[in-house]
Design a protein. Structure first.
Length: 221
């Protein structure tokens, strides 16, 4: 029975390109561009493919331990120290202590990998990102009116600092009421709301994300 040949996606791409190269459907330069390797490397791959076929393109390192693999005894000792003497240290500082004080030979990336695997440290990149989905706008004018106040020196010193109250229709984005007031309060919002009622009638609801007087409030019909 023929032996089953297992290949990675990268190796399968090499087989496809070598086949096209053998059939002269691509040049060596084009093959190098496709595989992101030099023309010299393409020549070596093609020679191996012609001699051994697809198996000649399988990496010789498959199934062998990496040359950069961390020795098991070093890993165990480092892990023990990280859980005890250097508990709470970040990868960079822990690495300095393990190398300088404990005389262990390992890289800072090895320390970081061990700490992540053992839940001793969490990378900022791995922290959960909280997303807030965008709320769809209401369909019709008057369904929802967003209200907000913005305190600022609007008159650039020519008058007292005041607050600009803004009413925005959610469906259309139109500014439907604007008024300068001394401060944000129920009464100031009520006065601006009265102007809105006179001009546009009663909306279904008002909404603001800042004040207790206005978290979403539906108006009685």
């Amino acid at each position: 029975m023929d032996e089953l040949l297992t290949m990675s996606a990268k190796e399968l791409s090499r087989v496809e390109v070598m086949q096209k190269l053998s059939e002269k459907r691509v040049s060596q330069k084009e093959a190098g561009a496709i595989l992101h390797v030099s023309t010299r490397q393409i020549k070596r791959l093609l020679k191996s493919y012609r001699k051994k076929g697809a198996p000649g393109l399988v990496s010789r390192q498959r199934g062998r331990p990496s040359h950069n693999r961390l020795a098991e005894d070093v890993k165990k000792r480092a892990l023990n120290l990280l859980k005890t003497q250097y508990q709470g240290f970040g990868p960079t500082l822990a690495h300095e202590k393990l190398v300088e004080k404990e005389k262990l030979k390992l890289s800072v990336e090895s320390v970081r990998k061990i700490m992540i695997e053992e839940n001793l440290w969490k990378s900022r990149k791995l922290k959960k990102i909280v997303t807030h989905p965008l709320r769809e706008r209401r369909a019709c004018f008057g369904e929802l009116v967003q209200i907000d106040g913005s305190p600022h020196d609007w008159f650039e010193g020519r008058a007292e600092t005041c607050v600009l109250l803004v009413f925005i229709d959610d469906a259309t984005g139109k500014l439907v009421q604007l008024r300068f007031v001394d401060s944000e309060s129920f009464f100031s919002y009520g006065a601006v709301a009265e102007g809105y009622f006179r001009q546009h009638g009663k909306p279904v609801a008002f909404y603001s994300d800042k004040h207790s007087i206005s978290a979403q409030r539906r108006l009685p019909r």
